[in-house]
Write a protein that binds this ligand. Structure first.
Ligand code: DC
Length: 215
């Protein structure tokens, strides 16, 4: 079973993907971490993430250390990830790894869940289930604000909202694999739902889909 889980930042994809992976015993790949690893590597090398040649070289040389870098979730790396992700050749470099993970999941698992922006549209258009998790910009910015506070930072609400607006725009308006729901995706707006309600709705949809496929 392959599950594609797409959506904008802070819509709750990560939490949902981890819970679904545990529930259905699937391997999980957070594909955003690949773009973060590329963006972070370019920054560490003193480059500009919008410089295509540098970003492509970083994507080609990506190491385990880049994927485990301590600053992967910081705001500068988030913005850098969104910039390198707009470069078509960077996306091509990361394509085989993602498809291979989906079709040959590690750990002896019989299925995989991949979360990102283009899993249902480009990486796994043949996925058994496609979920698109979204929420209003305000709800997502509020969640990110609370996450940062919980992590001990002192975020500024307006700055969080501005940074999210910028990243949303870049991820949705780019030419290469822009963020959008696949035509056959189940779209779930999580603005007024907590994590348990989102999980329950996703499990119900996946169970329905797999039942109707078997029938
Ligand atoms: O999901 P995330 O916030 O960790 O992703 C970081 C950036 O990577 C995001 O701004 C857009 C890009 N990305 C992408 O273009 N395609 C994916 N499948 C996953 C992430």
């Amino acid at each position: 079973m392959i599950i594609a889980l797409d959506g904008p930042s802070a819509a709750g994809k990560g939490t949902l993907a981890r819970r679904l992976a545990a529930h259905f015993d699937l391997a999980h790949l957070d594909t955003g971490s690949l773009y973060r690893a590329v963006g972070g590597r370019v920054l560490r090398e003193g480059g500009d993430p919008a410089d295509a040649a540098h970003a492509i070289a970083a994507a080609s040389a990506l190491s385990e250390a880049d994927r485990l870098a301590a600053d992967l979730r910081t705001e500068p790396v988030s913005q850098a990830a969104s910039k390198v992700a707009a470069i078509p050749e960077v996306r091509v470099k990361l394509l085989d790894f993602q498809r291979d993970f989906a079709h040959h999941p590690p750990g002896g698992r019989t299925g995989a869940i991949l979360d990102g922006r283009d899993i249902g549209t480009v990486i796994c258009p043949d996925a058994d289930v496609k979920l698109f998790i979204t929420a209003s910009l305000e709800a997502r910015a509020e969640r990110r604000f609370r996450e940062l506070q919980a992590a001990g930072a002192a975020p500024i609400k307006r700055a969080v909202l501005e940074e999210m607006t910028l990243r949303d725009r870049r991820d949705s308006e780019r030419q290469a694999a822009p963020l959008k729901p696949a035509r056959d995706a189940f779209v779930l707006d999580t603005s007024d739902l907590d994590a348990d309600a989102v999980f329950a709705a996703a499990v119900e949809h996946i169970s329905e889909r797999t039942r109707s496929r078997r029938a």
